[in-house]
Design a protein around this ligand. Structure first.
Ligand SMILES: *Cc1c(COP(=O)(O)O)cnc(C)c1O
Length: 430
């Protein structure tokens, strides 16, 4: 097998520079809570391919389902010749997503594509143009979703012009806005009413817990108030659960923590154990407002990806991975809080389930919007963690959030080893 150094040389001459990688090591195999690179080094996985392999890499049921499907047929295009697997995934989505109402789903290949289609559907259903999004939001990298995404560098820089009729309002961010959920919602709603106008709003689009934007958990009451306003305004309330979905936060979907029932939910990442699949699921009357042929795509709901999704969902049910996510939190949160007690540079420990974060700040240095972020220390900790063999991601508008996204099937021993490496990385970076 070629070494990472050799592969890196080939890569530099063949792969576009804009597509970058977090670590310089090339993967050989992965499973459980670990990954092994081509140089024979083992890594603890706190990334799960960005919250994708919630059931683990090469999960046995997923492997078996993919192998069986790939031998039967690989692709017909659901728009040409339909197949059962697509229908079965839509049935599962109707059963698993919050809300006891009649639902329909449409399947796609990437998260951004699902978000784009949710916006298309909301505009079609309401006949209105405006889409409301929030500070720090991340919804993807396609043209429309770049406009929905907040952060310029690296996602948007130089890639404009962007789509119109997108309006950004304040997100509830307890560490930085000091507002209660109700007060933050009133502020955001005021912004919408004054600068957009309720009658113009097709959709309010929000991540129940923000992902790339910094694992921001809105103050309690914020989401229900925004959802209620949206419904009263005749707009479609869309929860982007692409990162939070499929047991990641200790429930099947994060909307459940606050009892909200979104009109539409976008899913992707954790849905299919690593195969590319995404969905828009929601109220039948909204979904079915679109004329036949108005939604689709060549690969959307590919049969191999659908077979993987069905096996993924079965695995999540059988192993109760929502409970596993809560267990991960019960082990990791006390360790992270102890670390924060030791290092004043950790301004906050937050998150839900197996979606946990440390926000890194400059102690004693305050800005108008809360403690000064420390992106330099954050990058140093991540780099130290990588050198120690821990796959660890950062995020946040200010680049100062360390996030934990282990696969939900990680063993207690692997979790413990990973947390120890994180503690070591912190100690060596200060
Ligand atoms: C990753 C992500 C997306 C985009 O999904 P892709 O599959 O990368 O296109 C959209 N929204 C959220 C919340 C995400 O985390």
């Amino acid at each position: 097998m070629a070494s990472s150094a050799e592969l890196h040389q080939r890569r530099s001459a063949a792969v576009a520079r804009g597509v970058s990688s977090m670590i310089p090591s090339y993967v050989s195999t992965a499973g459980g809570g670990t990954m092994t690179d081509v140089d024979g080094r083992e890594w603890i996985d706190f990334a799960a391919g960005i919250a994708v392999t919630n059931v683990g890499n090469a999960a046995p049921r997923v492997v078996e389902a993919v192998q069986a499907q790939v031998e039967r047929f690989t692709h017909t295009c659901f728009m040409i010749a339909p197949y059962e697997q697509y229908v079965a995934v839509c049935e599962e989505l109707a059963a698993l997503t919050p809300g006891d109402f009649d639902k329909r789903s449409a399947l796609f290949s990437s998260g951004a594509e699902a978000v784009e289609n949710a916006v298309k559907i909301a505009r079609h259903a309401t006949g209105r143009p405006a889409v409301v999004v929030f500070d720090h939001a991340y919804h993807g990298r396609t043209n429309l979703t770049m406009a929905l995404t907040a952060k310029v560098m690296p996602y948007k820089q130089g890639f404009g012009p962007f789509a119109g009729e997108i309006y950004r309002v304040a997100m509830s961010y307890p560490l930085r806005d000091g507002r209660s959920g109700a007060a933050a919602a009133a502020y955001a709603i005021g912004q919408i009413e004054k600068t957009v106008g309720a009658v113009n709003v097709a959709a309010v689009l929000i991540e129940p817990i923000q992902g790339e934007g910094g694992f921001v958990v809105p103050a309690e009451g914020f989401l229900p108030a925004i959802a209620a306003w949206s419904r009263a305004a005749g707009a479609v309330f869309i929860a982007d659960e692409i990162q939070t979905g499929f047991c990641r936060t200790g429930e099947w979907f994060a909307s459940t923590h606050e009892g909200i029932e979104p009109d539409l939910i976008t899913t992707a990442k954790g849905i299919a154990g690593g195969l590319p699949l995404a969905a828009v699921t929601g109220r039948a009357e909204i979904m079915d407002s679109v004329h036949p042929g108005g939604l689709g795509g060549t690969y959307g709901g590919n049969p191999i990806a659908c077979a993987a999704a069905l096996a993924t969902i079965e695995t999540m049910r059988e192993l109760d991975l929502a409970a596993a996510a809560r267990h991960i939190e019960s082990v990791a949160r006390p360790r992270l809080e102890a670390l924060a007690a030791k290092h004043p540079a950790i301004g906050e420990v937050r998150g839900r389930g197996a979606m946990l974060a440390l926000e890194v700040v400059i102690p004693g240095e305050d800005t108008a919007a809360g403690p000064a972020p420390d992106a330099v220390l954050t990058a140093a900790v991540a780099k130290a963690a990588h050198e120690l063999g821990l796959l660890l991601l950062t995020c946040g508008t200010y680049g100062n959030v360390i996030r934990l996204l282990p696969p939900l099937i990680i063993s207690d021993d692997e979790l413990d080893r990973g947390l120890s490496l994180l503690e070591q990385a912190f100690a060596s970076s200060l």
